[in-house]
Design a protein around this ligand. Structure first.
Ligand SMILES: [Zn+2]
Length: 184
């Protein structure tokens, strides 16, 4: 996956990302279990999706851009910022796997940090073998404290990399939008 662009506005930020090998969470082995384990607050997320599913169920099979949005929101929440977000895509206009994630905050420092941590978390899951990442305790921190340091612990997991090439994204004939927010 790659971050193609981050555009800051006074009250929101737009992130363009592209996934190259997988498109849906269901294509990534154990993605849901790992994410819920790493970021338990995902269980509380409100999610406005096509099927009206709670996010914990939606997470079993949803667009990876949508997963990225929720991971970003969960990381922001750990830093004391409850925000909302939205994920859109239009693969008639953009290359397949491109998502536009809008997060409703213009706080550059926190957004940039959450983009980078979310990228690390998802790359870890997408590329495998999955290394356990320990995030800092979920306490609320003041804005000017140093960035959190997350450590990679030694992995005993010898699973082969899970690089899956998606077949045609049949369910995406046209542009779509999903929304989300954290409580608070
Ligand atoms: Zn959502």
């Amino acid at each position: 996956m790659e971050i193609s662009a981050i555009t800051f506005f006074p009250r929101h930020t737009r992130i363009t990302i592209r996934f190259h090998h997988s498109l849906y969470s269901s294509q990534v082995d154990q993605l849901r279990a790992h994410l819920l384990d790493m970021l338990p607050s995902l269980r509380e997320h409100l999610c406005y999706n096509r099927s009206g599913l709670p996010f914990t169920e939606e997470l079993e099979d949803t667009e990876l851009g949508h997963v990225f949005e929720h991971v970003m929101l969960a990381i922001l929440e750990r830093r004391g910022l409850c925000a909302s977000g939205q994920t859109t895509w239009n693969w008639r206009r953009d290359p397949i796997g491109t998502y536009h994630v809008t997060i409703a905050t213009g706080k550059k420092h926190l957004v940039k940090e959450s983009v980078l941590v979310a990228q690390a978390i998802l790359t870890n899951l997408l590329l495998g073998p999955v290394l356990p990442i320990r995030l800092p305790e979920g306490r609320r921190v003041r804005r000017h404290e140093p960035l959190p340091v997350y450590r990679l612990a030694k992995s005993r997991d010898k699973t082969a990399p899970q690089l899956l090439f998606a077949s045609r994204p049949a369910r995406h004939e046209g542009p779509e939008t999903l929304g989300a927010s954290t409580r608070g």
